[in-house]
Ligand binder design. Structure first.
Ligand SMILES: [Zn+2]
Length: 263
């Protein structure tokens, strides 16, 4: 007697093929890349939808020359009559501890913790550079720090340090008109003219500048091998190394630089 398994196998396979796209879809939504992209996407979408283009002019990824001959990179600049918003985004996981006056903040991810430069201080340098480039008063520049990753603030944060969801609310809370429409147009033109073309050469010059700055001022935080940003601690979310910690670029997914964690 011969048993014919073909129908059973066919049935199993039909079931499997039906499930496969579902698994892939779930894996995709759970992936770090997706979450990172969502963070960035959420910020971009929020700023393009909720802030109307006539009143708020978004300029992304601006590299400016600094007074010490180096360069500095600003994630987002939003020029409006309510002032110029200088936005620094941080894609970080875990618990975040920090205070306005503290030179370093702490990221905790499970049992690991590490210190990173207070992003308000980091962004203050951006403000000073922009102030020099535009010849604008410092009080017309607003510093905004947006945490886009899967993280929780464990200390009370100043009003200008927000999660991705609070970004627009904060910008819209600034309602004092301080610049004329003419000034707004002039500043936009000045930023576009003053920014360095985002070429490989400017990127490499920026990395070199950050590396030399890092060697003068050593911290526990390594710099990104691709863009030179001070790196943040991350956890591998899937694959054979799941749970393993590594240094990731805070500009992920725009930058995919990473380093192994020593020890
Ligand atoms: Zn990077």
């Amino acid at each position: 007697m011969q048993l014919d398994f073909t129908p059973i196998i066919a049935q199993v396979f039909t079931g499997f093929f039906w499930l496969l796209p579902l698994f892939l879809l779930i894996a995709f939504f759970k992936s770090v890349r997706f979450k990172g992209a969502m963070g960035e996407w959420a910020v971009n979408l929020a700023s393009s939808l909720a802030l109307n283009k006539h009143d708020y002019h978004l300029i992304k990824d601006v590299t400016l020359p600094t007074e010490d001959g180096g360069t500095t990179q600003i994630d987002h600049i939003i020029v409006s009559r309510y002032g110029i918003f200088v936005v620094e985004t941080k894609n970080m996981q875990g618990w975040i501890f920090g205070g306005e006056q503290q030179p370093t903040w702490t990221q905790k991810l499970y049992k690991q913790s590490f210190k990173f430069q207070n992003p308000l201080r980091q962004n203050y340098k951006h403000l000073k550079t922009l102030q020099a480039c535009l010849d604008v008063e410092l009080k017309h520049l607003h510093s905004v720090i947006v945490f886009t990753g899967d993280c929780t603030f464990k200390t009370e944060m100043p009003a200008n340090v927000v999660r991705a969801g609070g970004y627009i609310r904060y910008i819209k809370s600034m309602t004092d008109v301080m610049l004329s429409e003419t000034q707004v147009q002039e500043y936009i033109a000045a930023i576009e003219a003053g920014r360095l073309a985002p070429s490989l050469a400017t990127r490499q010059a920026h990395i070199q500048h950050l590396k030399s700055a890092a060697s003068k001022n050593p911290t526990t935080q390594p710099t990104c091998p691709q863009c030179g940003s001070p790196m943040v601690m991350r956890e591998t979310r899937n694959g054979p190394n799941v749970g393993k910690m590594f240094w990731g670029c805070p500009r992920f997914p725009a930058c995919r630089g990473m380093r192994n964690m020593g020890g």
